[in-house]
Write a protein that binds this ligand. Structure first.
Ligand code: SF4
Length: 377
């Protein structure tokens, strides 16, 4: 059980240890739920849930080797890639998302890192366009420099997503094309702009409980802590190195959400991938334990997600209300391209390439391509 002192604390703690976090995670469930819900109510309206729509603005063909990801070009999954979406297409999708109750659009591009040039300029225009619709705009574009983060901020970006994915120790078993430190460096670059940070991870990738705790140590030690922390359950996709992973149980998700809420009381904890496998009762327990954000829409980049109508019916049943945009942080101002104070620097930062061998990633890469493509994104 968590001490009264920590349950009722008001100061955010940045020096959680792995063993303290494991103790919280392993608390008898009723105590854990009570403690997490108490902290949740102290910092957030428990009947409000922030709703984001995730839009894949550039799908597939990614040069990275993330073991969980069907968008990595080296694995033979049946996703169909697309080039960067046009600004009008993105605007139409954002308007649809707004009409169905989303306050935020998160645009994802399957890139290793952002490169200055026409495609990034197009993304900046997307950011300006959505911010002018009075919606929060988030991007997840891979690794970025400080100058790129500041240019996104100028365009009106509200949040930048860059997940730590797992613990530093387990990271090398999941990805070989970049290092954990690269993730921290990008988050640091985002923090040098006035863009908020969204960073979380995935459970169910074969990691130990210590790795889940290790990821929360890394996230909670950031100062300030991320404004939003997505907790994903692995969606095991055929053709990826993690295709054979057993799904996690709802109890693991509830414990992870509750623990995240306790160690990061101010953050919005987002129930992310894997919700299609969760019952309404399971999701309700996650909301009780401190989750206060979801991704809406029937697709999360490339994996399935509950239909928005189903989510709104669940909200009605539970008496939940979608959070209005800019409730936590005020709306950024958009500078037009012609007013920009910043120039593209054409930098070529040396993001690392550890290049070590991960057996299951190598095995997936060596598998033959499926002969028929059946899934249309
Ligand atoms: S998770 Fe992102 S960086 Fe990794 S392979 Fe997928 S698209 Fe690329």
């Amino acid at each position: 059980m968590i001490s009264n002192e920590s349950t009722h604390m008001t100061k955010t703690k940045h020096d959680w240890t792995k063993s303290e976090i494991l103790d919280i995670y392993n608390t008898p469930l009723m105590e854990l739920l009570y403690d997490a819900a108490t902290i949740h109510r102290k910092h957030h309206d428990p009947n409000t849930v922030q709703v984001s729509t995730l839009l894949s603005i550039k799908t597939g063909g990614c040069p990275e080797d993330c073991g969980y990801c069907p968008q990595a070009a080296r694995y033979h999954t049946d996703i169909k890639g697309n080039d960067l979406m046009t600004v009008p297409h993105v605007k139409a999708q954002a308007l649809r998302a707004k009409a169905s109750g989303s306050s935020r659009v998160c645009m994802g591009a399957a890139w290793r890192n952002v490169k200055d040039g026409p495609e990034f300029d197009q993304v900046l225009e997307m950011v300006r366009t959505i911010n002018k619709l009075d919606m929060e705009v988030c991007c997840t574009l891979g690794m970025i420099t400080e100058n790129q983060a500041k240019r996104l901020a100028e365009a009106g970006l509200y949040a930048y997503n860059h997940n730590l994915d797992t613990s530093e120790d387990y990271y090398k078993d999941v990805i070989s094309t970049r290092a954990f430190q690269d993730r921290l460096d990008t988050i640091d670059n985002v923090r040098k702009s006035n863009v908020t940070v969204c960073s979380g991870g995935i459970i169910g990738m074969g990691e130990a409980l210590e790795d889940r705790a290790g990821m929360l140590v890394a996230l909670s030690s950031l100062n300030p802590q991320p404004e939003s922390v997505p907790i994903n359950a692995l969606v095991a996709v055929e053709g990826t190195p993690m295709a054979e992973m057993e799904p996690i149980s709802i109890w693991e998700m509830i414990r992870m959400v509750a623990t995240t809420r306790i160690v990061m009381p101010e953050t919005q904890v987002r129930l992310s991938a894997g919700r299609t496998e969760m019952s309404r009762e399971g999701q309700a327990m996650c909301f009780f334990a401190g989750a206060n954000s979801i991704f809406a829409g029937d697709k999360l980049l490339t994996t399935p997600n509950p239909d928005v109508g189903e989510d709104m019916a669940m909200f009605k049943l539970l008496g939940l209300t979608p959070q209005k945009p800019f409730t936590k942080v005020s709306q950024p101002k958009t500078l037009e391209a012609s007013e920009s104070q910043l120039q593209p620097l054409g930098e070529k930062p040396k993001w690392s390439r550890p290049g070590h061998s991960i057996e299951r990633n190598e095995t997936a890469k060596a598998k033959p391509k499926p002969s028929v493509s059946t899934t249309d994104l």
